[in-house]
Design a protein around this ligand. Structure first.
Ligand SMILES: [Zn+2]
Length: 570
């Protein structure tokens, strides 16, 4: 025993005196493993007592910056005392790590103007990996990451009001499973189309190495179109839109082409069979597509707009048809008790695209009912899209000056509050204690979107910095010192709940996917087994494939991440 203690003390002495060059990085220093823009704030965190730190150049361990650790702030969500290491004044570009005496060294990261370009590429290209109905191959960059054409056998489920076989084609696998859901496609595809509208100039020349690359349309729009084309197949002749296309139950953890369960179009089980929330989300997204694709494929754009208009008319006749899984169906539900916010979004996007009075009148009659949704807590989600409706009205220069002024003022006020809250937070993130839900990482990214939209309404560097702080959190500046984006950073999530990643026999998961994140609800067996019931919210995470309540991936969490990266691409 005595001998072991002495050995350990010697070991510590050695560690403290070593120059750290070549030492293995650890989780003691929480840093964005992708990095920082040269002129932006640069902060890392430690949770153990420390006084000084150095930023060293990776190539030769020489010191590029030295500073003192700021007095720690108690962070109740993690139970940690978090000290900030501010190296904002380091403007040198290159590859660095941080060295803190007594703690160790951090993972390597970059400081450079185009630091987020590669991760934009990976996060947006991850949708190509989710393509259904076709073969997918990530190419020589990611050898072996491929799957054969999948889910080609489609049929109408009895709940759809129709019967018989039906072509199954296009769309993105929703998440860790192989289902396709119109409601979740709504906010995901909508945010990606907005990404183009907000930052298209920076994105138009970035190739995603798709089969369509070089066809004259920017690749982000080529990829989005793959899902729009599936959504278009989900519209019935009467204008209504079926809720989802999935098997009746989830398949095992196999590759998509090995899943031979029939891909059913699933409806509500009674006339009119289509659901109002799905139809309204569809109308909103197709209305955006109706303006976005116009310069590249005018015929396609007008087809999308006509589909949106016909969906809108169906909603007039069927405003409140809710969806619940019919008997014998156990795939994702995306059930929602209220489709008014989805319809408001449809009205706002249709008005922004067409300028027609009918949509403006609807929006102006209803928007006040949702103004309390523009608060500093609880960003938009698949079940609450009212903020998207309100924001698009302002971004599209809505015709009613009083409405524009009211929405604008409320959006700015909410973002001011978020900025102040984040400044007091140990990890400087926007999340409140109540935001640690299933998909909390998507919440963090969506707060970033909220702040960037406010920045569009009135430019404020503090909004952009607070948005970036959420990104830094997702890329490793968190209690686990873990990048939650697959294959991004030196210490990234390894075992997402994602069927291809688990079934392909490759060591690393498919790249560019955002894991769900901490969730004290622990709704799966793995989390219950591995974490105590009273686990602190920010600590409620395990990197285990079976832990779907904290480690699944989903198209609606990647979409706000793509928007954040796009905002920072130079
Ligand atoms: Zn498929």
């Amino acid at each position: 025993m005595q001998k072991e203690v002495r050995a350990c003390a010697w070991c510590l002495l050695y560690l403290f005196s070593s120059p750290l060059r070549g030492a293995a990085p650890g989780t003691g220093i929480k840093v964005d493993q992708v990095g920082y823009l040269p002129d932006a704030p640069k902060i890392a965190f430690v949770v153990q007592p420390a006084k000084i730190f150095a930023v060293r150049r990776t190539r030769d361990a020489s010191i590029a910056f030295q500073g003192t650790v700021q007095p720690p702030i108690f962070d109740p969500d993690s139970g940690e005392h978090v000290g900030a290491l501010d190296f904002t004044k380091l403007h040198e570009t290159g590859r660095f790590y941080i060295d803190v005496p007594g703690i160790g060294r951090s993972w390597n990261f970059s400081v450079k103007p185009d630091v987020f370009r590669r991760v934009y590429y990976l996060a947006m290209r991850s949708y190509y990996g989710q393509r259904c109905g076709t073969e997918v191959d990530l190419g020589s960059e990611f050898p072996g990451y491929r799957h054969a054409a999948c889910h080609l056998d489609g049929a109408y489920h009895a709940s759809s009001g129709k019967e018989g076989p039906r072509t199954s084609t296009h769309g993105w696998h929703d998440a860790g499973d192989y289902g396709r859901y119109v409601v979740n496609s709504g906010i995901s595809t909508g945010l990606l189309l907005w990404t183009w509208e907000l930052y298209g100039d920076r994105l138009k020349n970035i190739s995603l190495h798709l089969p369509e690359s070089g066809n004259g349309t920017p690749d982000i729009l080529n990829e989005i179109r793959w899902n729009l084309d599936w959504m278009l197949t989900m519209q019935d002749k009467d204008g209504g839109v079926w809720h989802k296309q999935t098997s009746t139950h989830f398949c095992p953890f196999i590759m998509p082409e090995d899943d031979k369960l029939v891909s059913y179009v699933i409806g509500t089980g009674a006339a009119p069979f289509k659901s109002s929330c799905a139809t309204a989300d569809f109308a909103a997204v197709m209305a955006i597509a109706g303006r976005v694709y116009k310069p590249f494929d005018a015929a396609y754009a007008s087809r999308c707009l006509r589909a949106a208009e016909s969906a809108w008319k169906w909603l007039d006749r069927n405003p409140d048809v809710l969806f619940r899984n019919p008997a014998g169906v156990s795939t994702g539900d995306y059930g929602d008790d209220h489709c008014g916010d989805e319809r408001l979004w449809a009205a706002a996007e249709l008005f922004r695209t067409t300028g027609e009075d009918i949509y403006s009148r609807y929006f102006l009659a209803k928007y006040r009912e949702y103004s309390d949704r523009l608060g500093p807590a609880g960003p938009p989600s698949w079940s609450m899209v009212a903020p998207l409706a309100l924001w698009t009205y302002v971004l599209g220069n809505g015709s009613d000056a009083a409405a524009v002024q009211a929405i604008r003022a409320q959006s700015l006020h909410a973002s001011d509050d978020i900025v102040e809250r984040a400044a007091r937070d140990g990890y400087r993130i926007s999340l409140t204690r109540h935001d640690y839900i299933w998909g909390s990482n998507g919440e963090a990214a969506t707060y970033g979107v909220q702040l960037l939209i406010a920045n569009r309404m009135r430019a404020n560097p503090r909004y952009v910095e607070a948005a970036m702080d959420n990104l830094h959190y997702l890329l490793g500046r968190n209690t686990f010192s873990l990048s939650w984006v697959t294959q991004v950073g030196e210490h990234a999530v390894l075992h997402p709940h994602h069927r291809p990643s688990a079934a392909d026999g490759l060591e690393l998961p498919w790249p560019g996917l955002l894991a769900g994140g901490p969730n004290p609800g622990r709704q799966d067996g793995e989390m219950k087994k591995l974490l105590a019931a009273d686990v602190l919210p920010a600590k409620a995470y395990v990197d285990v494939t079976g832990a779907y309540a904290c480690n699944e991936v989903a198209i609606n969490w990647n979409a706000p991440l793509v928007l954040l990266f796009a905002a920072l691409v130079e």
